[in-house]
Write a protein that binds this ligand. Structure first.
Ligand SMILES: [Zn+2]
Length: 86
């Protein structure tokens, strides 16, 4: 009878400690600022070079045009116009 009581007490202690440390970890994780690598917002998307000014741009956000050589991406409409006027 006493042994069972001791086992339960021990078990409760261990569980409550585990729960507390788990909650503490969650709180710590929530207060921590999200760590970001910085740079490219889209993962796995390769940046392409603007042939006019040389700036690297993301194809999904860039201004693009197609010609005989393929698709070209530009940082702005001005660069695209400059490219097309060449
Ligand atoms: Zn440009």
């Amino acid at each position: 009878m006493l042994a069972r009581f001791l086992i339960w007490t021990l078990l409760l202690l261990v569980v409550s400690r585990a729960v507390r440390s788990l909650l503490g970890g969650i709180v710590q994780g929530a207060t921590k600022p999200p760590s970001r690598g910085g740079g490219a917002p889209e993962k796995g998307e390769l940046m392409v070079r603007d042939p006019v000014c040389g700036t690297f741009v993301l194809p999904s956000r860039a201004v693009s045009t197609n010609d005989r050589q393929g698709t070209h991406h530009f940082c702005s409409d001005r660069c695209r116009q400059a490219y097309q006027q060449r």
